[in-house]
Design a binder for this molecule. Structure first.
Ligand code: SF4
Length: 246
């Protein structure tokens, strides 16, 4: 399998999906998860994880998304909040789907969303944060209303390449992003599918925990270890291996 360069992919996607005053998005909606947080779904990703649960907009970020101005996005969120029958959606927002942190452009999206009341959760694989740690300063400037969840993909280089289809530089970048986050004092959590034997062998899980421990023993308390859920898009991708889109 030919491995791809995740940073090249990040730059290309940023150029296609981000522009001043707006962004390409898939949709917004509340699916009941994360206290029924209203989720802003972004298309595309700089990795191609074999277990990814995102919809086909990961492989086809342009064809399955549209441009939203930030004004229109806020209007839609206000409408959703007014009509939601589930109260938590009134104060929780989440950015998920593909990878939102492709460049410093993510700060514009966050700024747009935090003009609304409530708390915002951002999920990331951390790759771009390792290459452009100055983005973390921007994230910090939003204060305690922004919460980050970083997903650790692998404990070893071979495993990372096998799971994500990306070259190992991205693996080191993601660990660098985690280290920069840790030193910044920002509020964040970690997750890993390290209880999924389809993805993590016992040795690979051990390597991940050891690296975390060597970086900072307290990181272990931030880590949520998870099993693999059988989402339809996960099962589809697991059947074919890391995608070659790009
Ligand atoms: S699971 Fe992997 S491919 Fe899917 S959005 Fe997350 S980082 Fe990207």
């Amino acid at each position: 399998m030919a491995l791809f360069d995740a940073m090249e992919r990040s730059c290309a996607l940023s150029g296609q999906l981000e522009r001043p005053g707006g962004r390409r998005l898939v949709r917004i909606g509340a699916a009941g998860a994360f206290d029924n947080a209203l989720t802003v779904y972004v298309p595309g990703c700089n990795l191609a994880c074999v277990h990814c649960w995102a919809g086909p907009e990961r492989e086809d970020p342009i064809g399955r998304s549209s441009w939203w101005t930030f004004d229109a996005l806020r209007q839609n969120i206000r409408r959703h909040r007014q009509h939601s029958r589930l109260p938590a959606a009134a104060h929780r927002l989440r950015i998920s789907g593909g990878e939102a942190v492709l460049s410093s452009g993510v700060l514009d999206l966050i700024d747009a969303l935090l003009r609304l009341p409530g708390r915002l959760s951002l999920e990331t694989n951390g790759v771009v944060l390792g290459v452009q740690p100055e983005i973390i300063k921007g994230l910090l400037s939003f204060g305690g209303r922004l919460h980050l969840n970083l997903s650790i993909k692998a404990g070893t280089i071979d495993q990372f390449e096998r799971i994500t289809g990306a070259k190992a530089d991205a693996w080191e970048a993601a660990w660098g992003g985690l280290d920069a986050l840790r030193r910044s004092g920002m509020d964040f959590e970690l997750n890993a599918l390290s209880l999924a034997p389809e993805l993590f062998s016992r040795a690979e899980r051990g390597a991940m925990l050891e690296r975390l421990n060597n970086m900072d023993p307290s990181l272990r308390q931030r880590l949520s270890e998870e099993r693999l859920a059988g989402y339809p898009d996960t099962l589809r991708r697991m059947a074919t291996g890391p995608a070659q889109e790009g």
